[in-house]
Design a protein. Structure first.
Length: 76
């Protein structure tokens, strides 16, 4: 078995990665009651609230994150 040398190049030719801006967006909290055995309807309800909040955050902040107004969020 041989040796394969790897060359890592980053910020100022060091092992640090290149600087890349990271944008973090946090939405409003969703209050979920603690249940030992939630019903399917409860799970569906809170899942729907989460997905609506996620979509709202995407549409509010997509332009400031470098996307155009025409971009759409597809959740599969």
């Amino acid at each position: 078995m041989g040796f394969a040398p790897c060359l890592f190049v980053g910020e100022r030719f060091a092992f640090l990665p290149y600087r890349t801006p990271i944008t973090t967006v946090v939405g409003s909290p969703i209050s979920v009651p603690k249940r030992t055995t939630p019903t399917d309807e409860e799970v569906d309800h809170y899942h729907k609230l989460y997905m609506e909040g996620l979509s709202k955050l995407f549409h509010e902040h997509k332009v400031s994150c470098g996307l155009s107004e025409n971009h759409e969020l597809r959740i599969i």
